[in-house]
Design a protein around this ligand. Structure first.
Ligand SMILES: Cc1cc2nc3c(=O)[nH]c(=O)nc-3n(C[C@H](O)[C@H](O)[C@H](O)COP(=O)(O)OP(=O)(O)OC[C@H]3O[C@@H](n4cnc5c(N)ncnc54)[C@H](O)[C@@H]3O)c2cc1C
Ligand SMILES: NC(=O)c1ccc[n+]([C@@H]2O[C@H](COP(=O)([O-])OP(=O)(O)OC[C@H]3O[C@@H](n4cnc5c(N)ncnc54)[C@H](O)[C@@H]3O)[C@@H](O)[C@H]2O)c1
Length: 450
């Protein structure tokens, strides 16, 4: 078996792994990166970026439909799925080659294969033995196993974004981010769509009052919900259709079942025991500086690290930035500076949140001011035709600081960044009110929300 020595080996080429490898190589360290699939990671190939192409197409249809008879006459606007797939590929297809080439340009050795620890500082991949002073695990996440009969008939989100055509009846297992974003796309394609979740509502981590408004609007757009039941089996029915069996025995007929039931860290192939790397269900157990608690030469970042943070690209980037600084520092104790991480579900319209939920704020202090309003009739929203919108802003009465902001509406995905900025720099509601915002914009509404 051939053997090579590196300063650092990085596992995974997503936002976390690529950032760390590039920064390590640029600071003069002999760096290798190992990827088990195509180079480029989930966000660029199978997540955020391609997803937004589908959402943008559906947003155009939505805009036209709700403006019909008010701003324009809808003369028939439709998504051509094959064309959309082809356009999406213009973003994803160049990624793998470009990403691998740029690693080479930065002097990073690349390997494609499934790596496994053989000791604290050694990895094998493709029959090669690679040793390193430091190893970084950034292998991301994968759909959680459903462990149900007929699981083989359930497609995953990456397969959804590779479908050559969209069948007539689509069912999503789970009512989280993946299902809600794609359910809104499917509905705007004019197809039948059902979302099944075992909770009593979708998007469990978002504000319940705004989720209620979003659910109502989603139903108006044709999305059906089935709450309080788990999918327990998927069966083949007549003429290539599928039968989804729910807890309690009810069944739903459909043509396609899509997994949206959560993701788990992608660490099961790594032989972590051999590397003395402690892990749990949420991922690699790390300390505050993203270092393994059991092997001081190992770090973990992004979706595969049990950091307790939302599993999003900005989180992965911030953890990577810190690990790159800690890797060869004399005192490797820098910690990610997450602040409050804004979260957006790209439904149409989007729902977004930053900071504390109303419940968390109430548990923390009785001295809070909760401002909740349904704003579908506010000028900025109504001028777009007809939509659903609302906000909930939670203020600390004493300090006038923003504890949490929750938005629903056509520009919620952009406006949440203003609240994130305000929280990051400790601005008060009074500070926000004192700023002049361009008018007429959705951001200008912010002054009436605080
Ligand atoms: C459909 C979808 C939409 C999303 N949309 C958004 C969004 O809009 N905004 C947002 O912030 N986040 C979004 N996310 C989440 C975001 O993609 C992840 O949080 C982000 O990619 C995490 O980065 P990472 O580097 O930790 O992992 P990843 O990007 O997953 O990269 C990990 C890499 O490691 C590789 N790998 C896996 N196992 C191994 C192994 N054993 N050995 C070697 N390599 C391995 C993988 O193939 C992958 O290339 C979305 C996710 C999905 C699935
Ligand atoms: N816009 C974004 O930032 C974005 C988009 C997509 C994904 N993501 C990331 O990917 C992660 C995974 O997304 P996701 O949508 O797969 O998971 P999720 O954790 O957001 O939601 C999963 C849902 O599935 C339900 N569920 C699980 N098993 C079920 C079953 N058998 N039957 C019925 N319901 C079931 C759960 O109750 C939960 O509500 C997200 O948490 C997020 O970190 C982010």
């Amino acid at each position: 078996m051939n053997s090579s020595h590196f300063d650092v080996i990085v596992l995974g080429t997503g936002p976390a792994g690529s950032t760390i490898a590039r920064k390590a190589a640029k600071s003069g360290h002999n760096t290798a990166i190992i990827e088990s699939r195509e180079f480029g990671g989930t966000c660029a190939l199978r997540g955020c970026n391609p997803k937004k192409v589908y959402v943008n197409a559906a947003s155009i249809v939505d805009q036209v439909q709700r403006a019909d008879g008010k701003l324009i006459n809808d003369c028939g606007v439709a998504i051509d799925w094959a064309q959309l797939l082809a356009f999406k590929k213009t973003f994803t297809e160049p990624v793998a080659e470009k990403s691998e080439r740029s690693f080479h340009d930065d002097g990073i050795a690349t390997f494609q294969g499934i790596p496994a620890f053989t000791s604290q500082n050694e990895i094998t991949v493709n029959e090669l033995r690679l040793r390193a002073k430091k190893i970084v695990i950034a292998t991301g996440a994968k759909p959680a196993p459903l462990d149900i009969p007929g699981e083989e008939w359930v497609i995953q989100s990456d397969q959804f974004m590779e479908l050559k055509s969209l069948p007539d009846r689509v069912l999503f297992v789970g009512g989280g981010y993946v299902s809600m974003e794609f359910a809104h796309v499917v509905a705007r394609c004019g197809k039948s769509v059902t979302v099944v979740d075992h909770h009593e509502r979708v998007l469990n981590s978002f504000d319940p009052d705004l989720v209620k408004l979003l659910q109502g609007y989603s139903e108006k757009c044709g999305i059906r919900f089935r709450f309080g039941s788990r999918v327990v089996a998927v069966e083949i029915a007549a003429e290539d259709s599928l039968k989804v069996v729910l807890e309690g025995g009810d069944t739903i007929d459909c043509d396609l079942v899509v997994h949206g039931a959560g993701r788990v860290p992608s660490i099961s192939d790594l032989q972590l025991e051999a590397g003395n790397v402690k892990y749990e269900a949420n991922g690699i157990v790390v300390d505050d500086s993203m270092r393994s608690v059991s092997n001081p030469d190992v770090y973990a970042a992004g979706d595969c690290a049990a950091s307790g943070q939302p599993k999003l690209t900005p989180t992965a980037n911030e953890e990577a930035r810190i690990i790159a600084k800690n890797l060869f520092a004399d005192n490797p104790e820098l910690q990610p500076s997450y602040g409050q991480i804004p979260q957006v579900v790209f439904t149409i319209p989007s729902i977004a949140a930053v900071g504390m939920s109303e419940q968390q704020a109430r548990e923390m202090s009785p001295d809070i001011d909760v401002r909740f309003n349904e704003t579908s009739r506010w000028g900025s929203n109504r001028k777009t035709g007809d939509t659903v919108a609302g906000f909930k802003v939670i203020l600390d009465k004493q300090s006038n600081k923003i504890l949490g902001a929750h938005l629903l509406g056509p520009d919620a995905d952009e406006m949440i960044n203003l609240f994130a900025l305000a929280q990051r720099f400790n601005l008060s509601a009074k500070d926000l009110k004192s700023a002049l915002f361009a008018f007429p914009t959705s951001s200008a509404d912010l002054r009436q929300m605080v």
